[in-house]
Each structure stands twice: as C-alpha cells, then as structure tokens.
Design a protein around this ligand. Structure first.
Ligand code: CP3
Length: 349
C-alpha cells in the first residue's frame, strides 16, 4: 500500500503540528446518532451487527458522512476477540456486556485461539469495504482492546466496580494469569495485523482500565504486553502509526510512552495540558482530551474548552479527541458545533 502521508491524521501522528488539528472521537458511532439507532432497532443483536460487513461498514461511515472527521474508526468492539476465542458474549440493553467468566487455567485452555481469525473474517471484510469507500483525506482507524482491559471483562464476566477477581488472579498467580495475557497478546497482534492488511492505516489500543493498577502491576500487565504488541506490529507494518490509550494512567503515562514505543498517546480528560505538553508531547503525538460531558453540555462551556485545548497543544503534534467515548445522550448538534469550532481554530492558534 502506498503511504504518502497526505492525510492530516497520519501527518499529526507522524509528528507534525497542524492547524487546525485533525480530529475524531472515540465511540463516534453509536446511540447518540438517530441513524445508528434505526439500524440497531432492526438488528438481532450487537454481535451480529459487528459480524455483518455491510452493516459494520455503514455504521463506520455514518458519523464521518455527517461531520467529516479526519478518522473513521471501524465499527466493532474490543470484546469481539474473546467472542472469537469461544467465550460466550451478549450485550443487554442498559447492562453492558455479559460474558461467561474465565476463572481458572482450565478455562483458559478451553479457549480456541486457532479459530479466532476465521471467526473474525467478517470484521476484516468490513475494514476493506470502508477502505474502498473513504475519501482521500480521511484515515481508517482499526482497533483492539489491550490484553489487560480485555482480560478484566473476560474474568469479571462484564463491567466491574472493584475488579477484585481479575486483580486477585493477577496478583496471586502470575503464571496462569500470564497465560491468559499471552493468548491475548498473540490474538491482538493477529487481529490488528489483519486489520492493517485489509486497509486500516492506524490502530488504537484501548486500555480503558489501565488506571486501576499500581506501578509494578502496571509495568507487568499493561506496559509489557503493549510493548510486545507494538514491536510485533512494527516489524510487519513499520509505517502504520499505533495509538495507545492507557486511560487513568496518571503519572505512569510517561513510562507507558517511552517503554511501549507507541506513536500517539490518548489522554484521558484528567491529564493536565501543561504536564502533557511539557512531558509527553515531545515523545508522542498527543490525542485528547476534552471531557465527554462538555460535548453533552455544548454552548459556551464547550466553546471555551475546545479553544483552550487547541491553544495549549498547538505547536506540537496533536489530534483532537475526547478524553473517553462519546456519551449516549450527546446532542448531535453539539458535535456539529465542535466540527465548526475546530475548523475555525486557525484563528486562535
Ligand atoms: O468508536 C467507535 O464508535 C467504534 C466502535 C466501538 C464500540 N466499542 C462500539 C460499541 C469501539 C471503539 C468500542 C470500544 C470498547 N468497547 C471499549 C473501549 C472504550 C471505552 O469505552 O472504554 C470498551 C470498554 C468496550 C466494551 C463495551 N462495549 C461496553 C462496556 C459496552 C456497553 C456500554 C457502552 O459503552 O455502550 C459495549 C457496547 C457497545 N460497543 C456499543 C457500541 C456502539 C453499544 C451497543 C448498543 O447499541 O447497545
């Protein structure tokens, strides 16, 4: 694939400071869009939507058609890997994902890594369809969950309050928990490489629960697996940028960047701009970090915060995004306002 870096998102991730900054939003496809809800209402379930290439491609393109973001993120889910490994998965309205929990080394051995790629074939097909449909300025973003975050769902069986089961296992039995993480490292490399081969130009690793581990466990279960994934992908696709999003990593953001080798770093909304500018932006392109609630609120609160963020990160490589995903009740017209504010940000830089 020819890789002229003419697309703004790829240029920023390659280290260029651009005004206005390229932008996209985590969870930009979804319930806040009426056209998503219409398709969702007619579908059997969420997993089936992810496994129907025409539907996944359409849902990927919906937000981009409306708002012309610089990035189109594949419509899929981080839990499609456990699903492909053979773990039972369902999504119940209002409850989030439900998985049959993995509780022991025997449970790990019952997973079927050999079938992962064939079960995810429709996902890679969707990537190819989107790649063919996108305009020449928009980049296609593939993704996966990080092994740690995916393991939290696999072991807890869904969303958790205190992560007691997964942490206990990780602290108590490094070897058997490590077997699960190794399986996920290998699966994640295969899945992301297949997405790249199908046309994803950049990938993001979502580590939504990176921030719940103390330093040494963070090194072991967040940094080390991520470093292995990045180095395996770089060997095969040296020019494809990789964004890491270790949400909540706080003071460990710096170690995460230097030790994993990511090209871009997703900042959650609590990372101070001054700190990120001084300590992180010279090492990786920064991406973020507007509080998603501001996009629900809109108006002058949104305007002030967007201008401030663009001003603070101008002068270095910067991709505008939220600090976490778009919230379900976000008014679509506020995203429209954000698009306009960003396109006008020439004037304020
Ligand atoms: O960004 C995008 O729009 C692309 C698609 C995407 C989805 N999930 C679709 C989805 C992406 C990138 C994800 C990532 C994801 N999935 C993460 C990491 C980001 C984060 O939010 O922290 C996590 C932890 C998951 C697991 C997951 N999937 C949960 C906890 C839930 C239920 C609650 C929720 O956030 O909606 C999902 C369901 C899900 N994934 C929906 C969508 C559009 C909603 C499904 C529905 O319509 O009911």
């Amino acid at each position: 694939m020819p890789k002229g870096r003419t697309k703004p998102l790829l240029r920023a991730l390659g280290g260029e400071a651009l005004t206005p900054p390229p932008w996209w939003l985590m969870r930009q496809a979804g319930r806040y869009l009426p056209e998503y809800r219409a398709i969702r209402a007619g579908a059997k379930d969420f997993v089936e939507m992810c496994l129907t290439p025409t539907v996944a491609a359409e849902l990927t393109l919906q937000p981009v058609r409306r708002y012309h973001m610089d990035g189109a993120i594949l419509f899929s889910d981080i839990l499609m890997l456990p699903y492909a490994l053979g773990q039972k998965l369902s999504f119940r309205e209002g409850e989030g994902p439900i998985l049959e929990p993995i509780e022991s080394y025997d449970d790990i051995r019952r997973l079927k890594p050999g079938q992962t790629m064939s079960r995810l074939e429709p996902v890679f097909d969707a990537v190819q369809r989107v790649a063919e449909a996108l305009d020449p300025f928009t980049s296609l973003i593939g993704f996966a969950g990080s092994p740690w975050t995916v393991a939290t769902y696999m072991v807890e069986g869904g969303v958790s309050k205190d992560f007691r089961r997964v942490k206990s296992w990780a602290y108590r039995d490094v070897d058997s928990f490590g077997a699960l993480i190794n399986l996920l490292v290998e699966g994640t490399v295969d899945v992301l490489a297949a997405q790249m081969a199908a046309g994803a130009e950049v990938v993001q690793l979502f580590d939504s629960w990176a921030g719940i581990l103390p330093e040494s466990a963070f090194g072991h279960w967040v940094i080390e697996p991520t470093r292995r994934i990045v180095s395996a992908l770089k060997r095969r696709f040296p020019d494809h940028p990789i964004i890491g999003f270790p949400r909540g990593a706080g003071l460990l953001y710096e170690r995460y960047i230097t030790e994993t080798g990511v090209d871009g770093i997703g900042l959650d909304a609590m990372v101070p701009a001054g700190y990120a500018r001084a300590r992180l932006q010279h090492q990786a392109a920064v991406q973020g970090n507007l509080d998603p609630v501001l996009l629900v609120v809109g108006g002058t609160a949104l305007e002030t915060a967007v201008k401030e963020l663009c001003r603070r990160f101008a002068g270095g490589p910067f991709v505008f995004n939220l600090g976490h995903g778009v919230l379900p009740g976000t008014p679509p017209e506020n995203v429209e306002m954000l698009a306009r504010l960003l396109s006008e940000s020439n004037a304020i830089a």
